[in-house]
Design a protein around this ligand. Structure first.
Ligand code: DAH
Length: 337
């Protein structure tokens, strides 16, 4: 019966050095498990003499209950401590600044491109698109520029093969649309075009918006009204507009359209070469030859067409003097729009 006292003391010593729940569990097994030190004492009860047995049994059970109780107490203490430690280690410092992902923004070219599209949509135009890799036929032939036509030299073409090129302008979309649809047509065709040319006002890829209108009684005055309305909308109602005679193989008569210089307000500067005017687009009445190419009767139909460079419009709108800025991806530049 006396051996039960040292057992209790041994347990208490061990309990003192316990630092976590799993050690505590091991200690419980050591004393109270199936083969535990206290449990085995209970098993030997039958070997104790009958007179001593009740007292011995009571003493062992007391120790057993005591150990059970102590383990429970220490257990809940350790649980609390471990919880506290976890809370501390997982704590978030709410005062730290957050991690910001910079927002993307619209590229100035797209911004102006969508502005142009919106203005024409508001005037009742539809949007059509064509391929950037184009047949020589649509880019030149059908636009009244046969193989040896000198006007082809104006556009430094990227060739893919003898008959396939990167389109040098959006005008081929006129042909593609007219081939599959009948008038009345009121179309714009925005997109990328390619020319083998680089300097402060040219990049090998740039954007154009083509526009055209075909019906039985379209006149040059319709073209003037549409383009003046457009220019007054994209720049300002005060922007001066002038039509200057020009030549394009696919329009007759042809014109180039100028606006009052946006850099010097028409006074004359380096950008407008002291003329006070800047060219912004080409236009004209669709040549009867073009109508013949798509199977329209030129006696019945008339139409106008125009084409403008989106980079150029953007440069004039925001007084940007170097086209390469659009493609250098310098955030200091791009953030300003
Ligand atoms: N395609 C011409 C160019 O890229 C621009 C142009 C001029 C388009 C006159 C037209 C037009 O539709 O009528 O230089």
């Amino acid at each position: 019966m006396l051996d039960i006292i040292p057992l209790k003391k041994a347990f208490l010593d061990e309990l003192n050095s316990i630092t976590n729940l799993s050690e505590l569990q091991q200690l419980r097994v050591k004393y109270l498990g199936k083969k535990g030190l206290v449990t085995s004492k209970l098993k030997t009860l039958s070997t104790v003499s009958p007179e001593l047995r009740p007292a011995y049994g009571r003493a062992v059970n007391e120790v057993k209950d005591y150990i059970e109780e102590e383990v429970k107490k220490r257990g809940s203490l350790l649980k609390k401590e471990e919880h506290k430690k976890r809370i501390l280690s997982e704590a978030i410092d709410m005062t730290l600044p957050g991690k910001f992902t910079p927002f993307g923004r619209e590229h100035p070219i797209n911004k102006v491109l969508y502005e142009i599209i919106d203005i024409f949509i508001s005037m009742g135009f539809e949007v059509e698109e064509g391929p950037e890799v184009e047949f020589d036929y649509y880019n030149f032939e059908a636009l009244n520029m046969p193989k040896d036509h000198p006007a082809r030299d104006m556009q430094d073409t990227f060739y893919i093969s003898e008959d396939i090129i990167l389109r040098t302008h959006t005008s081929p979309v006129q042909i593609r649309v007219m081939e599959k649809r009948r008038p009345p047509l009121k179309i714009i065709a925005p997109g990328k075009v390619y020319r083998c040319d680089v300097d402060i006002s040219h990049t090998p890829m740039f954007h154009q918006v083509e526009g055209f209108m075909v019906d039985t009684d379209i006149a040059f005055s319709d073209l003037k009204w549409v383009l003046e309305s457009f220019i007054h909308s994209i720049f300002s109602v005060e922007t001066p507009v002038r039509f200057r005679p020009s030549f394009f193989p696919f329009t007759e008569p042809s014109a180039e359209v100028d606006i009052g210089c946006t850099f010097c307000a028409g006074k004359g500067c380096r950008v407008c070469k002291n003329t006070g005017w800047l060219e912004i687009l080409g236009a004209g009445m669709i040549d009867p030859r073009v109508f013949e190419m798509v199977g329209y009767n030129p006696e019945l139909y008339t139409g106008f067409a125009f084409g403008m460079g989106v980079e150029r419009v953007t440069m004039l709108k925001y007084s940007i003097d170097d086209i390469r800025l659009f493609f250098e991806n310098d955030m200091r530049f791009l953030k300003q729009f």
